[in-house]
Each structure stands twice: as C-alpha cells, then as structure tokens.
Design a protein around this ligand. Structure first.
Ligand code: IPE
Ligand code: IPE
Ligand code: MG
Length: 240
C-alpha cells in the first residue's frame, strides 16, 4: 500500500520519560521539542505531505499552573527558534484549536508563523494547540448555525462536507495514520470526526525517544494494513 499522506501524532509520555530519569516533567517536555524537530525534518523524506502534531489539549489547562506555563513557553520557543528554518524548508505552519482566550503575544506569534509560511507546499505542519475535538466540532456547529441565521430563507440540508469544511482542519485530507506514543491506547479528544477511517499505531516508546526508526516502524505497520472503508476486501482477497 502507498505510504500515508497525512500522519497525525499524539505525542505522549514526556512526563513519564522525565520521571524515569528522576527529572522534573519540564525536562521531558523540553526533550519532546527535540523529537518534534526530528519528526518535522524526517516527514517529507517519507512522502508525508501533512503532519499534525497534538501539542496541547483543551483539557491540558487542568495541569498544575507551572506545567501549563512551561508548555506554553515551549511553544513560543519552538516558533521563535524554528520559524526561519521551517519557512526556508518549505513548511507551511497552521495551528488548529480554539483561539479564544489565548494570550495576545501567543496569538500574535501564531498568526505571524502562519502568515510567513502560507505559500509553502513541501510539508503542511498542523500544530494542535488548545485543541479538543469536541470543542472543534462545537465551534463548527455554531459557525453553521450562525451562517444559517444570516440566510433564513435557505432551507438547504446540511451535508457531512459542510461539517468537514467548518472544522479547523478545513481543506486537509483526513489522517491516514494516527500514531500515539507511550503505550496509551486512546484518542484523548483528538480528531474524532477526521479519524473515522484512520489507521492507528500505538508505540510503546515515550515521545522524547521518538526518532526516525520509530517512524519507520509505524509506517511499516501501516503498510501491512488493508483499508476497506466498510466495503469488502480487495478483489484478489475476495476471490480466495
Ligand atoms: C505529552 O506528555 C505532552 C502533553 C500532553 C502536553 P505528557 O505530559 O502527557 O506525559 P505523561 O503522559 O504524563 O508521561
Ligand atoms: C493527550 O495526552 C494530549 C497531548 C498529547 C497533547 P494527555 O497525556 O493529555 O492524555 P491523557 O490525559 O493521558 O488521556
Ligand atoms: Mg500524557
């Protein structure tokens, strides 16, 4: 099977990685940023056109304030430090997730990163930040209600394409492959609508240990899957 065009990753296990080294959780988050760099650099070499990384969930605000501060600081640092390299390497950055209530300097940084890299086509890097799939679907539904209110004479029925187009991921293909590190096997409110027919690969490695070899492991596993989308197996298998 052809390789996945869109890979989404739930980058989990930073805290446990640090704990195992008797270090504070922040140490794990910092090491996690290095794994992000490695992954973004490697992705285009494997034919990946869209890479979506779950960096901070809408539920992660419930962590201790120090940890939340560390995580926000790391996003700022990553954009500051890597934006030039990303722009030069043809990476188009997009941040998905709720924007309301984010600090103005962070909003400004996100908007600058998106604007500066807008025309790039080598890799679409989608950073899911303050992202929760239920929140995204709720915002999309509200958008559609607001649009309908503005044209009360229109009695057209909604289609699934209307919802897809109102989500933060509008214009992106659904993820072919969703990888989660750290051995946890759940979605934790990630891409619930978009993952309808995604393949899942759960890796035992903690996110700071994720590297090209782990990516290859996940891609090889994906290559052994057969995607049926509810239909029957391929003609050759069905004939057996
Ligand atoms: C992933 O690592 C990073 C974020 C969720 C922001 P965790 O911080 O969840 O690490 P564990 O799961 O506690 O080990
Ligand atoms: C999911 O990881 C969110 C991110 C990777 C950003 P969590 O560590 O927050 O998820 P749970 O709490 O284990 O489900
Ligand atoms: Mg976790």
């Amino acid at each position: 099977m052809a390789g996945p065009e869109h890979v989404a990753i739930i980058m989990d296990g930073n805290g446990r990685w640090a704990n195992a080294r008797s270090m504070p959780r922040a140490f794990g988050h910092k090491a996690g940023v290095e794994a992000v760099r490695r992954t973004v650099r490697a992705a285009p070499r494997f034919g990946i056109r869209h890479l979506t990384l779950y960096a901070f969930s809408s539920e992660n605000w419930s962590r201790p304030p120090d940890e939340v501060r560390d995580l926000l600081g790391l996003l700022r640092l990553y954009i500051h430090r890597d934006l030039s390299e990303l722009a030069a390497n043809g990476v188009c950055v997009r941040v998905i997730g709720g924007r309301e209530g984010l600090q103005p300097d962070l909003l400004d940084l996100i908007e600058r990163a998106e604007q500066r890299t807008r025309g790039n086509v080598r890799l679409n890097l989608n950073i899911a930040f303050n992202y929760g799939s239920r929140d995204e679907i709720l915002r999309a539904a509200q958008k559609l209600v607001d649009q309908a209110r503005q044209s009360p004479d229109c009695d057209r029925r909604l289609t699934s394409a209307d919802i897809t187009a109102a989500l933060d991921t509008a214009g992106l293909p659904d993820p072919d492959l969703i990888i989660r590190t750290s051995g946890e096997m759940r979605l934790s409110n990630f891409l619930l609508w978009q993952a309808a027919y995604s393949e899942f690969v759960f890796l035992d490695c903690m996110w700071p240990d994720f590297d090209e070899a782990e990516l290859v492991r996940a891609l090889e596993e994906y290559g052994r899957r057969e995607r049926r989308y509810g239909a029957v197996a391929t003609a050759r298998d069905a004939a057996l």
